[in-house]
Ligand binder design. Structure first.
Ligand code: BGP
Length: 472
């Protein structure tokens, strides 16, 4: 089946600062939350690979930009590493060396015909602010973040026209404080909700500053809503899905897009004593400063059912009180990553946004396939023949383009990731890139088969997608 890709539909790729940069040139006291975790629990990180070297993007970014040019990439998202952007976070003393690196990178992208998109925080919360103020628990951090945003806009707003306040703002506190599966292993549901709230407030403040500066671009946030499917059509299973949606999706969508929290969520937070006690002034800022557009990261569906067992009253509150994860028999899996593959999420999420959030402009800011042991797929010339990735992208793009044809306001698809990169537990184990990174000292790069295929997609604007296959 051949599907035409609309002329203005973006086909890009993404990454983040901490997953690529490496610590070259990093100064004492510039650890991010991720750097600290890596130092505290290196054993968690697959084979010890982490942010220390990553892909050495700090020194190698021009190589990556050259490769982008070679495959005719038109859009690239990465982040500014907040922890490296200052030498003094409270007095806002900019690290001029690092700031120059961002400037040079932006210029290099533009010179190669690649439109940069910048995110202000892709988990790179400075450890100093974590230690001194307990991170996003504090309004002081909201203030310091807003000032950081102001400086970033002033420095790069002339050249960067697409901004994001956060990448997946719910993730860190969900792993750390709600599920307590990650360092520093503190279970605290109220803190989880407070961090959610402060990131919403910080977004509204950054939006206000950006709009006041008349930079001629737009600002949004990258969210990772999970398209939630109830096990069945029973009222109980449906309710479980609604509750999941409320606590994990609408908790950001509603205030950021519509300017108000769902009343039901407020009531539940009060009932379970995890309310975040906003002031009327703060709620007014949120109401008046909604995002211009959204980034949406989509990897897998969430399947839930009504809980079968009574909630243990001795446990701290967790939204799981209202749902239970449902394991769909026979689901397709990316077994390397342990994530279900269900390309229809693209269509369903597009319709969810169209129907519930007045069809706000958005783009898929991440989707992709992490795959283990890709060296087994290298041909005699050393090129990874990643047909499974081509297939994965094709299927997801097929559903997305169908949604666009049906009126979804989706402006594009950004693959995660441009190059292989590090992430917790998954550090260089599952490879996501169009570009392979060898784990030698030079971090040698080479284009995979998918990169050439991506180029033909960008050039020809025709997607050839067969019916779905199994991805084993
Ligand atoms: C997203 C993050 C990315 C990236 C990706 C893949 O949630 O925004 O930073 O890591 O997931 O996940 P992982 O690396 O855990 O396989």
């Amino acid at each position: 089946m051949k599907i035409a890709i609309p002329e203005n539909f973006i086909i890009g790729a993404a990454s983040s600062a901490w997953q690529t940069e490496g610590w070259h040139g990093k100064k004492d006291g510039q650890d991010s939350f991720l750097d600290s975790w890596y130092k505290e629990e290196t054993f968690v990180w697959h084979n010890g690979y982490g942010p220390a070297v990553a892909t050495n993007f700090m020194e190698k970014y021009q190589d990556d930009v050259d490769l982008m040019k070679e495959i005719h990439l038109t859009h690239y998202r990465t982040s500014i590493n907040w922890a490296r952007f200052f030498t003094d976070y409270e007095n806002l003393v900019v690290d001029e060396e690092y700031a120059q690196h961002i400037s040079d990178m932006v210029d290099a992208l533009l010179a190669a015909g690649v439109e940069p998109m910048l995110c202000l925080e892709h988990y790179e919360l400075p450890s100093y602010l974590m230690e001194k103020y307990d991170g996003w628990s504090s309004k002081k951090v909201v203030e310091l973040y807003a000032e950081y945003a102001r400086i970033a806009f002033e420095r790069y707003g002339d050249r960067v026209k697409h901004w994001f306040t956060f990448n997946e703002p719910i993730v860190v506190q969900t792993r750390c404080y709600l599920d307590a599966v990650r360092w520093p292993h503190e279970q605290n549901t109220k803190k989880w909700m407070l961090w959610n709230y402060h990131k919403v407030l910080a977004t509204a403040k950054a939006v206000a500053i950006y709009h006041a500066g008349n930079y001629g671009g737009r600002i949004g946030c990258v969210l990772n809503p999970e398209m939630v499917y109830p096990r069945s059509n029973s009222a109980e299973d449906q309710k479980a899905a609604e509750m999941y949606d409320l606590f994990f999706n609408r908790v950001y969508f509603d205030p950021m897009v519509n300017g108000v929290y769902p009343q039901k969520l407020i009531e539940l937070c009060q009932e379970h004593e995890i309310y975040f006690d906003p002031t009327p002034e703060e709620l007014a800022i949120i109401k008046e400063n909604t995002v211009d557009f959204l980034g949406v990261n989509q990897y897998y569906p969430k399947r839930v059912r009504a809980p079968r067992y009574q909630w243990n009253p001795e446990m701290p509150f967790h939204p799981e009180m209202y749902y239970e994860v449902f394991d769909l028999p026979g689901k397709k899996m990316n077994n390397s990553r342990g994530w279900e593959i269900y390309p229809q999420i693209m269509y369903d999420m597009a319709m969810y946004l169209k129907n519930n959030y007045h069809n706000i402009p958005w783009l898929v800011t991440e989707n992709g396939m992490g795959r283990e042991n890709e060296e087994n797929y290298q041909n005699e010339q050393g090129m990874v023949e990643d047909d499974y990735r081509i297939d994965f992208i094709s299927q997801h793009l097929r559903y997305l383009l169908k949604a666009v044809a049906d009126g979804a306001n989706c402006e594009g698809y950004m693959l995660w990731a441009f190059t292989d990169c590090v992430s917790p537990m998954n550090a260089f184990k599952n490879r996501y890139g169009l570009v392979r990174i060898e784990l030698n000292e030079e971090r040698t790069r080479s284009l995979k088969k998918s990169a050439y295929w991506y180029r033909s997609l960008i050039d020809d604007r025709i997607l050839e997608a067969e019916e779905e296959k199994l991805y084993r």
